[in-house]
Design a protein around this ligand. Sequence first.
Ligand code: FE2
Length: 396
Amino acid sequence: MILTPDFADHAWRSLTCASLDDGVVRVAWGDGVEFVCHPLWLYEQTVGLEPLTREGTVEPGQLPQTAALLEATVDSDGALDLVWADHPRSRAHPGWLREVADGAHLPDAATGEPVAWTTASMPVLPTFDGSIVLDDERVLEEWLATLCTDGIGRLRGTPASDEFMAELAGRIGPIRGSNFGGVFTVESIVQPDSTANTGLALGQHTDLPTRETPPGFQFLHCVENSVSGGFSRMADGLAVVAELRDRHPDEYDSLTTDEWVFANRALDGDHRWIGPIIDLGGPRSPLTIRAFYPVRLAPHMPIDAQQRAYDAMRVFSAIAHDARFMVTSAFEPGDLVGFDNRRILHGRDAFDATAGTRRLRGCYIDRDDVHSRLRVLRRHGTGRGTSSASSESGIT
Ligand SMILES: [Fe+2]
């Protein structure tokens, strides 16, 4: 057995050649793929591995000189065999090396690239069998994978109990608490602390723009719904942003550069942040849409930019509520919708809270933890393959 710096079961991919030339190690496989490694990286990931934690143990100041690597060859099993001066001989797993050569170790390798959607490409939410999600990891994996690519996915047929949200969250990762608590309840109440807890319509928005890092994913579980109205509306922020960029460049410029102060209005909390409505992020940070108007406090821009900022938000709102972009669904008891809170715009129709009960249980889980669970599920190969998402009518 050769230790690798992880807990994955790597397929064995025998090397066909290895050499030490000009201070670097060159390896190759039979299909022609080549990979160049620095000797000290190989030292850290072989000699320096701690077997229980699989973490590196060599502080950079304690690394040997690069010239300490004397020889790099392929052993009789096809592994990389490394001979060091004054250090134990070590071997590198050729399957693990191949994964690094292929980029399979990169953060987005398991989660996939986001795919923008409109109602033309996604007329109904991708839906999975919630009645078995706690028992069948393939369903969990496919649902989480869809959350990462489409930004949204629905479980239908889950138990309509107050406890189920927390139970399912426990299969994903730690709940990210907020001023709403851990698992929160969305229903019309007499003294609401948020417009969410009224029967008012909610325009398309993302939650908690008052935070430096708004929650990555939001989950809403319908426990009870006997009201008329209150339909859920979802739109893909990626598609909305693309529409603005391509057809409304002046408004796009305002929405991505003019900043606002956001602040929640709670008796026992006071979170604040400044940012544009559309924060495009960067190479290592995702798109973040800050579109919750109830907590947008004040413009943080010159007065002569404010009219164009309001004009731009009006266009943004029109697109986010356009039937080309917005999927509308009834929330049935047992439905549980997960969505990327920084990408997907969500809202709801008004409902008459005196003519029934509409009760949702929800929580946030950060992006890191959703991605981590998906990688672990895929590490063990429980269910890779084609998606089992059904059409809305395919799930009972
Ligand atoms: Fe919300």
